[in-house]
Design a protein around this ligand. Structure first.
Ligand code: PLP
Length: 370
């Protein structure tokens, strides 16, 4: 089987699995207990916090553990929009559905104005439009824009958006789920105010993540209780927290090599497409996320079952479309780009384990299926 769907999730690194096993065998204390086993568990959690914060160049007290990206998003969106001084939320139509669902839900609940920015044909927002939306609003706003789009790879400049937000005294959340572990994000400049991480995107376990909350900002929690300094109640998932920090450490250690490998794989794939298939259109920005390409295949009746054909051939890719209530729906991202009527999308996302032979196999199946 060939797995080219690493934007959806990644295979756990064997070193992370071994580390997690070792912890599970030897640690079962509750970090809230004051005895020796409790204290050992607490050390695991706090060491992980220190590791993650130092990689992001922020303070340990600014990192809070969650069950993953979706919980992190819900926590920030609810925790910010519930404040009466926040009267507008600005976002884009191509954010992850966890973000869009959360923003739609909480802006309605707290009666906060919702503004969707326009995007261009590659999925970029217009920075001038953002600045104007902020300047024309009397109250305080939350801006939520993702660092890298998970379907089309388009990147946002956190620095440029952060500076615009600072000028208008707006809060800035960036969904960094697709870039944590891929780029050396450094949040010490004071933006964004909030960021999100999810371990299963960088060869760590599923169901664990973190939020970064700038120390000058306060957010109300969803789960009420004492753990995570009152921000996230519930006994900590100590094994996954420690394993996430380990996975992030490994990602940082290998980042230069892996980034080089991504560049080689990407140019290999683009060359192969050109020589064996010919001119093809791409969704989003092919110079965006280093490990991701989204191909736009003109819709015909004969390629209706495109993804199924890949699946049968043992090649796992994504169409970006979600399966809801048994029906395949076009991706909201491809729809927002205005391409869903004419094109089928195929997203290929590499990992550090991807080989050129796997790309050859993908090309073989693509040639036969379009
Ligand atoms: N945000 C982005 C950009 C993602 O790609 C994902 C995962 O698909 C999420 C948020 C949700 O993260 P999780 O799967 O940890 O809930």
């Amino acid at each position: 089987m060939i797995y080219l769907d690493n934007a959806a999730t990644t295979q756990m690194d064997a070193k992370v699995i071994d580390y997690m096993h070792e912890l599970m065998h030897n640690h079962y204390g509750n970090p809230s207990s004051i005895h020796a086993y409790g204290r050992q568990a607490k050390v695991l959690v706090e060491n992980a916090r220190t590791k993650i914060s130092s990689l992001l160049n922020v303070f340990p007290a600014e990192i809070f553990f969650t069950s993953g990206g979706t919980e992190g998003i819900n926590t920030i969106i609810n925790g910010v929009l519930c404040k009466p001084e926040i009267t507008k939320v600005i976002t884009s139509p191509i954010e992850h559905s966890a973000m869009l669902n959360s923003i739609k839900h909480y802006s309605k609940l707290y009666d906060v104005e919702l503004c969707m920015l326009a995007i261009d044909d590659k999925g970029n927002i217009n920075l001038k439009e953002l600045a104007t939306e902020l300047e024309n609003h009397d109250g305080k706003s939350l801006v939520s824009l993702m660092h890298a789009n998970n379907e089309i790879g388009t990147l946002l400049s956190i620095k440029k958006v952060g500076e615009i937000c600072k000028k208008s005294n707006a809060l800035f959340l960036s969904d960094t789920v697709q870039t944590i572990g891929k780029f050396k994000n450094d949040f010490s400049a004071g933006y964004p105010d909030f960021a999100i991480g999810s371990a299963h995107k960088f060869h760590g376990p599923k169901g664990i993540g973190f939020i970064y909350i700038n120390g000058n900002t306060k957010v109300d929690p969803i789960f009420i209780g004492t753990q995570e300094r009152n921000m996230r109640a519930g006994t900590e998932n100590i094994f996954s927290i420690a394993a996430m920090a380990k996975a992030m450490e490994i990602a940082y250690e290998n980042m230069n090599l892996v980034t080089k490998k991504y560049a080689e794989l990407k140019s290999y794939l683009l060359e192969k497409i050109k020589s064996e298939i010919g001119d093809i259109a791409y969704n989003g920005d092919i110079d965006g996320l280093p490990n991701l390409i989204n191909i736009a295949i003109p819709k015909t009746s004969s390629n209706e079952m495109l993804l199924m054909k890949f699946d049968i051939a043992g090649v796992m890719v994504s169409g970006g479309s979600a399966c809801s209530s048994g029906a395949l729906k076009d991706s909201h991202v491809i729809e927002a780009l205005g391409k869903a009527d004419k094109y089928r999308a195929i997203r290929i996302a590499f990992s550090k384990y991807t080989t050129t032979e796997e790309i050859d196999k993908f090309i073989d199946v693509l040639k036969k299926s379009i």
